[in-house]
Design a protein around this ligand. Structure first.
Ligand code: BGC
Length: 448
């Protein structure tokens, strides 16, 4: 059953990716229909991450109060309504409003789904399961690029947005047979429900009592009230720094300058016709999916830390290479495509999934909602800033200059990973919690 839970929760990742990526394909058609300025372009694109900041901010409390699964239902409804509103938009501002609503849904999903998956996954495969959420994001991005290409001939941006309503319905229906997270029942003191849910999810009746006892011990050692204030206690601070720091660095790697604006970047470096730009964009989407699969395999094999350092190393080198080899004004379209592909590959194998995996592992249960919420606000806040400012910054200092800044941030990410990110592979959520509560340095965490 945990495979089903992960698969259904991952559909919200698909929607996350789809709604991020669809703007890339729709942009040309929207520009022709509404004649939008660069500023409006930035606002329309950034409305999604802005809505997501609000969604992520609300989700911590909501998932603690109502459970993980019920909140995903609400997200499915918002995805459905938002897609239809965007498809029927009669003005740019209505589209901005629809994308804000979709953004709220994306923000909710980006936190509630990894939380639900991590809490129901078998310990040995937890990293891989949460990474499946990231895989779904990348598949969503790729499909949105393909939908964009399919409807770009006749500029049918309405159908591009409407397509997002289909996975929303699938998510809603998929949630019906699933149980709530056993750890949420435990948090509410509903031990019988926790036991039933755990047995249903794992299918392993023999070990249910031991797992429940471990959850009970973890909860009994909790002293706080699960609020944001608890997160700032000295004991919790290192976990908060890791989760927020990783998302800050993930976004400042510049990933979404590429994901949202790929066709426009390709136009700038020399792909002249729209079909060529969209095809190159699809190439990027394919690399993103393929390398995420490789990352899912590596994460339980070489562990989180090593994978993170490989990722930051790879993105630093590829962005630096791009910044020094591309001539301003274009003409090197194939070198740019290759450089961007290497960058995306290094991101996808590592910086894509790891912040989601670590944020859902590293917080003790009582502050998990609040901690993941702050991490997700960081994720979307910086996603918003990068996406909003990229067109203006690129116009001011050139795409190459902006890539130079991103390269430097990736280098900082390497240093941060080396200094602060612990290895959590093969350690149960309850063991991680015990370690944090003991006050021992995070970096000393080891499997029992
Ligand atoms: C990031 C998104 C990004 C996506 C690209 C995710 O991990 O949070 O902002 O668009 O990866 O695959």
């Amino acid at each position: 059953m945990h495979y089903v839970v992960a698969a259904v929760a991952a559909i919200s990742g698909f929607l996350f990716g789809f709604d991020e990526g669809i703007i890339a394909g729709a942009h040309g058609a929207l520009e022709r229909e509404f004649g939008i300025t660069p500023l409006v372009n930035g606002i329309m694109t950034a409305a999604l991450p802005l809505g997501a900041v609000f969604g992520a901010a609300a989700t911590g409390r909501l998932t603690q109060k109502f459970g993980r699964r019920r909140i995903l239902y609400a997200a499915a409804i918002a995805f459905f309504v938002g897609s239809l509103l965007a498809a029927g938009a009669v003005s740019v501002w209505m589209l901005v409003a629809a994308r804000l609503l979709l953004g709220v849904a994306v923000g909710v999903a980006s936190m509630a789904a990894p939380l639900y998956i991590a809490e129901t996954a078998p310990q040995k495969l937890r990293g891989r399961f949460v990474s499946a959420f990231q895989l779904a994001i990348t598949v969503g991005i790729l499909v949105s690029y393909m939908v964009g290409l399919a409807f770009s001939q006749d500029d049918n941006w309405r159908l591009m947005f409407a397509a997002g309503a289909i996975p929303a319905v699938i998510l809603f229906l998929g949630l019906v047979p699933l149980p709530e997270s056993p750890r949420w029942f435990a948090l509410r003191g509903r031990w019988d429900d926790a036991r039933t849910s755990l047995a249903k999810v794992t299918g392993d009746h023999a070990n249910v009592d031991a797992a429940i006892a471990e959850m009970r011990a973890a909860i009994e050692s909790e002293t706080g009230s699960g609020t944001i204030r608890d997160l700032f206690r000295p004991m919790m601070r290192p976990a908060l720094i890791v989760a927020m720091g990783l998302f800050f660095l993930q976004q400042l790697s510049g990933i979404n300058a590429v994901i949202y604006y790929a066709p426009q970047i390709f136009r700038e470096v020399g792909f002249v016709d729209q079909a060529g730009q969209l095809l190159a964009t699809i190439g990027i989407g394919v690399v993103n999916v393929a390398m995420t699969v490789v990352g899912m395999w590596l994460i339980e094999r070489i562990g989180r830390r090593r994978l993170l350092l490989i990722g930051f190393g790879g993105t630093t080198v590829s962005l630096t290479a791009l910044a020094v080899t591309i001539a301003p004004g274009g003409g090197d379209e194939w070198i740019s495509l290759a450089g961007l592909a290497v960058f995306i590959a290094a991101f996808a194998v590592s910086l894509g999934p790891l912040p989601y995996v670590l944020m859902s592992e590293i917080f003790p249960l009582d502050v998990r909602g609040a901690g993941m919420s702050l991490a997700s606000i960081t994720n979307w806040g910086f996603n918003f800033l990068v996406v909003l400012t990229f067109p203006t910054l690129a116009a001011a200092i050139g795409v190459i200059g902006v890539f130079g800044i991103f390269a430097f941030m990736c280098f900082l990410g390497f240093v941060f990973g080396h200094l602060y990110v612990p290895e959590t592979r093969g350690i149960s959520l309850e063991q991680i919690e015990r370690h944090i509560r003991s006050g021992a340095p995070l970096m000393q965490m080891r499997p029992a």
